[in-house]
Write a protein that binds this ligand. Structure first.
Ligand code: 5AD
Ligand code: SF4
Length: 476
């Protein structure tokens, strides 16, 4: 089915902001600002979407809470990538029935990727009658209108249109952090890896216009943000749908040219679309962090083929070799699935060989989880859960050893890090990140240092993090 991207007009967004103002006027008569609770599951794209939901809620006059008993509006922004994530959401959503019994005026909303799955929406319609609003990612921009309808009329709203997706500029944002910011550069995915639900719930690939992205990054840098992550399911195919000739490497270069002292990160990259031009651009652009998250999923070519990944193990390794030749200190991370339907233990061992050859700094490891509606969910899956778990444990043990060795190699080095947060542990009051995004726990420092680039002497390491001392505050 051919489905085209819809660009939401500025008039539409203005209309939504009009609903915000009407709701804010209703809320203004209360003695105190009402509270909203936005609970986010899953990936950074969802975090970024929640920042827009909070942006709208703020315009409607809401403040924020983490306590569901205090909240007038509860929003669960959900993830559908694995069964476990879905079970957790359904458990939490079910428990809200008791909360709502105590607060009958509360509005409960389910959104994000799970909401877009027809069987989930149906289950909520039938069995979770305390849920007032269910909407998919394509209509997030209409959130104020939905809330306005609920506040002025009640009833339930289910909005999960089956669309290729939309792009909406101008939605207000309340960011969660003051140092790090997410910037979506594109939405959706065209790849249809056979295990993955994302293309079904997030629609087709669509790129934001470069001028909108550049304006957002420029504003963030002016506000003092130091660590900017460009987001997309497959950032390497950025620009393919634009009228102008601009690919992801060109975009990186344009962002790199924005004045200021800040780091540029991006995720996620697909190996089939990660080009030599991208690697050369990364090597050339001083603000682009020396780190690449490049999921390979499996090390065996038969499995890669039935995963519909459209690259072989050798092609993947070749790209890594080219990248390492250009940026020898590149930090590499990846995603791996263990126990894809039909994967034998021998085939799984090819995944271990990739770990040994590449020596990733960190790995995100998953046991395959069947997703309704994907081709892999229909495939024969003879391996027992115990065998998959045994393979998974071997994978984790090998990666732990590699991570520990890679971290140990930092000891004694001085690294320019970005101080990014405070911690509860009095021995390490602040945390920082290396340019490659490794966590460093610092023996000195205060909340005042957050947001500064500082030189750190690395004194220790384990498989999860590095430890270090602040050397001096850089001249600003
Ligand atoms: N089962 C297990 N892991 C999955 N991922 C995506 N879909 C599934 C699934 N059905 C993993 C992939 C992807 C990461 C975000 O989640 O490794 O890169
Ligand atoms: Fe899912 Fe594959 Fe798209 Fe990543 S590239 S979101 S794994 S379909």
């Amino acid at each position: 089915m051919e489905r085209t991207t819809t660009t939401i007009s500025q008039e539409e967004i203005s209309r939504q902001l009009g609903f915000c103002r009407e709701i804010a006027a209703l809320n203004a008569v209360r003695p105190q600002a009402p509270l909203a609770f936005v609970d986010t599951y899953g990936c950074q794209q969802n975090e970024a979407d929640s920042e827009r939901i909070r942006g709208y809620l703020r315009q409607m006059g809401y403040d924020f809470t983490q306590d569901e008993e205090q909240a007038q509006i509860i929003v669960l922004n959900t993830c559908a990538i694995r069964e476990h994530a879905e079970q957790r959401v359904l458990g939490n959503l079910g428990a809200l029935v008791h909360v709502k019994r105590r607060h009958p005026d509360q509005i409960i909303c389910l959104c994000g990727c799970m909401a877009q799955e027809p069987h989930v929406a149906e289950k909520v319609r039938q069995s979770f009658r305390h849920v007032d609003l269910v909407f998919g990612p394509h209509v997030l921009w209409k959130f104020p209108e939905f809330i306005h309808t609920l506040l002025t009329g009640r009833g339930r709203i289910f909005q999960i249109p089956d669309e290729a997706g939309s792009i909406a500029e101008g939605i207000p944002v309340v960011r969660q952090d003051t140092v790090k910011a997410w910037v979506s550069i594109m939405y959706g995915c065209n790849n249809f890896c056979s295990y993955c639900i994302v293309p079904y719930v997030r629609g087709r690939e669509r790129s934001r216009k470069p001028e909108d992205i550049l304006r957002e990054v420029r504003e963030l840098v002016e506000q003092g943000y130091k660590d900017i992550t460009l987001l997309g399911q497959n950032v390497n195919s950025y620009g393919k749908d634009l009228d102008q000739a601009m690919d992801f490497a060109d975009l990186l270069q344009a962002i790199n040219a924005i004045p200021g002292d800040f780091l540029i990160r991006f995720m996620t990259s697909h190996p089939k679309d990660a080009t030599q031009k991208l690697f050369e651009t990364m090597a050339r652009c001083e603000k682009v962090a020396p780190v690449l998250h490049l999921p390979f999923q499996a090390g065996n070519d038969r499995i890669l083929k039935i995963m519909n990944r459209r690259h072989t193990r050798e092609q993947y390794l070749e790209k890594i070799r080219s990248l390492k030749a250009l940026i020898p200190d590149i930090v590499l991370t990846s995603d791996v699935i263990v126990g894809f339907p039909g994967e034998t233990t021998e085939e799984f061992e090819d995944t271990l060989k990739v770990l040994e050859e590449v020596r990733f700094d960190a790995l995100f490891t998953f046991i395959y989880s069947p997703r309704v509606g994907t081709p892999a969910a229909e495939m024969d899956d003879p391996m027992s859960r115990e065998e998959k778990l045994a393979n998974f444990n071997r994978l984790v043990a090998l990666q732990d050893q590699i991570s520990e060795e890679k971290h140990a190699a930092y000891i004694g080095k001085t690294v320019r890090c970005l101080v990014d947060g405070v911690s509860d542990d009095p021995r390490y009051p602040v945390t920082a990140r290396t340019p490659g995004n490794r966590l460093v726990r610092l023996t000195g420092g205060t909340a005042q240092d957050v947001g500064q680039f500082m030189d750190v002497q690395i004194t220790g390491a384990n498989k999860w993090s590095l430890f270090g001392d602040l050397l001096f505050l850089e001249e600003k």
